[in-house]
Write a protein that binds this ligand. Structure first.
Ligand SMILES: [Zn+2]
Length: 104
């Protein structure tokens, strides 16, 4: 048994052939889905047999396994911005609190 179920026929049009697509999702989230940093909560499947595209995985359906790692990306970007723009604030009480929160 494949580990997916069809949950709709109203997916985004196939980017290659423009046909409507099925919406599919995992029946269960197994270790296979959890192996990478993220898996897809849903994806689209092109049912046009003549089309070479079959699976379409829009980034908006990504589910980050560890929501912290997604947060971390944003946080590192924020830190970079802060270092670049607000160097003079290092040592201020706010900066100290920020550093402590992020220590692991
Ligand atoms: Zn297609």
């Amino acid at each position: 048994m494949p580990n997916f179920e069809i949950v709709g026929n109203d997916g985004d049009p196939c980017p290659r052939c423009g046909q409507p697509t099925q919406v599919r999702q995992h029946k269960t989230i197994r270790s296979r889905e959890l192996r990478g940093p993220f898996y897809y909560s849903k994806w689209f499947y092109c049912v046009n047999r003549d089309c070479q595209t079959n699976t379409i995985v829009p980034p908006r359906f990504r589910v980050w396994r560890d929501s912290k790692s997604a947060d971390e990306v944003h946080r590192l970007e924020a830190i970079k911005r802060q270092l670049g723009e607000d160097d003079h604030q290092i040592g201020s009480p706010d900066w100290g609190a920020f550093k402590r929160r992020n220590r692991r």
